[in-house]
Design a protein. Sequence first.
Length: 605
Amino acid sequence: MTPSSVQGTAGEDRSDYTKDESKAIRRRSLTLLWSLVSPLRGLLILTAATVVISTALRVLGPALIAYGIDTALPRAVEFADWMPAIGVTVVYLLTGVAGAGLIGWYVVLSARLTQAVLMDLRTRIFRHTQRLSLEFHEKYTSGRIISRQTSDLESIRELLDGGLNQLVQGALYGVFTLVALFLVDWQSGLVLVVMGIPLFLLMRWFYNESQKGFRLSRVVSARLIVQFVETMTGIRAVKAFRKEKRNDEEFGEISAEYRQVNLKLVKLYGVLDPGLILLANITMAVVLLWGALRVVDGTFMIGALLAAVLYVRNFFGPLEEVAMFLNSYQSANAALEKVSGVLEESPTVPDPDEPVDLWTSKGHVEFRDVEFGYSGDRMILPDFSLDIPAGQTIALVGTTGAGKSTLAKLVSRFYDPSAGTVSLDGVDLRSLHPKDLRRAIVMVTQEAYLFSGTVADNIALGKPEATLDEIEAAARAVGAHEFIEALPDGYSTDVNKRGGRVSAGQRQLISFARAFLADPAVLILDEATASLDMPSERQIQDALQTLLADRTALIIAHRLSTVAIADRVLVMEHGRIIEDDTPHNLIAGTGKFAQLHAAWRESLV
Ligand SMILES: Nc1ncnc2c1ncn2[C@@H]1O[C@H](COP(=O)(O)OP(=O)(O)OP(=O)(O)O)[C@@H](O)[C@H]1O
């Protein structure tokens, strides 16, 4: 079980993990990696076999040279027996060719493996983040999600595409070389093992330090992306409030920090590289000296000495590369840690295991003893009960922050209450299949988001199988047909292309048409009439009348004129309903709504 301090995306911005936390994160990354690789076990085994065999063949070289010099050559010189020399040359050539061929095959196989893993991971991140509840998206900014899907995946791709080959081959080469050295001359092998102690300490120091550095580097680079994405998505507000200078400063500060972190990382190589060279040279000198003494003594052969020196050189050769690719390994590891965190998050509004069937809904909505707060300590709806009979049109008014949108989000099941139930036709929303829920309850918000595609595509989102006639009928019903017809390509106009750009009010009408076509039993309009311009007030009323006919409706309205079409008005304050009556009765009374209404009427004069 991952400790709660690093569960999911918690603790993601830290780089000072405790031992237990680090262990848990590592375990989570490994589990993810295994889940990605295990379906490809066959390919993995084949890839591993090719790299093991090809490396073993490459390591044979110096031993063959030693045999050539110490055995085959003297036989040719002394007895004119050329067979061993020819034999060893042929074997040398054959192992070279086979080793090269296998390496080629390994590269192809490993590419196939890594591309499959990457595709799986990419799809998983997309699917999973899309499935996560609104609560997650409201607290985890889009910039961070983007960096998971882009820069993190890119780091993993870099490692898998190039670094891993080098890393695996280098590490295997080192191990095989050590074994071969022991077989050729155990005394030189012993020297290498003794020198292996400072080598191990150096590599371990580098690994730990660079791991810390890379974690920090990823945290800062994610902040850079978040800052960039937030600035660009809010570019209108940035310009309107002249926030450019402050943004420049903030971005500059994070950039400077990023540079600092990366500089520190590079400095680690300034210790590692000379350290490796020094250790290699000392080992080589000791092996050479000790070997030479034994050659003089007549207890060691010159060919074996040459092989021992070659092995020592070969042993240290790839270490530099291994260290370099530890770099991309670290970076990919840090990325995998974050990605596995996102994938560990689970939807806070889970789908029911055994959903209750609700083919057709009447639209009876009920809140019973509901308690809700976004974070545990602050209640937004302390104790809320409300019965909305099927077909009723409710207007919800109240001071800002009273909890009106929260109510709408609970009916749409973007969130679940912490106590009590929200039900549709007597069925707890938690027991409904998401498909039934989405078919029965539709929310239209002020944003009225349009997806890339044509106007018709955007309306058809409410009913994907709709015909063009149905789409047009829906647009006519809400009064959107005229302006759509006037667009350059009518219903086929691409909303993202030049000329296809529509105004905020037009977008709203398109989303009304979309909702009309979806024909839900319950419709929620959250400030949805706010962007419609005043001259078409009459039109709005007509559009709303058509849109709301024969269904339950919950309208959150600042515009008091919309309230007139409601059967019932609820006035909310601090998460409670303080007035609940027909608009007529409320206006005639002396309560809060009567005051609001009087003030509004005065403002019209
Ligand atoms: N995602 C969120 N996380 C934490 N708190 C939130 C979140 N959304 C809203 N709140 C808080 O919940 C309270 C009720 O917000 P809500 O949006 O429901 O009010 P509202 O009545 O719709 O207000 P308005 O008329 O201004 O839209 C507010 O105090 C707000 O700060």
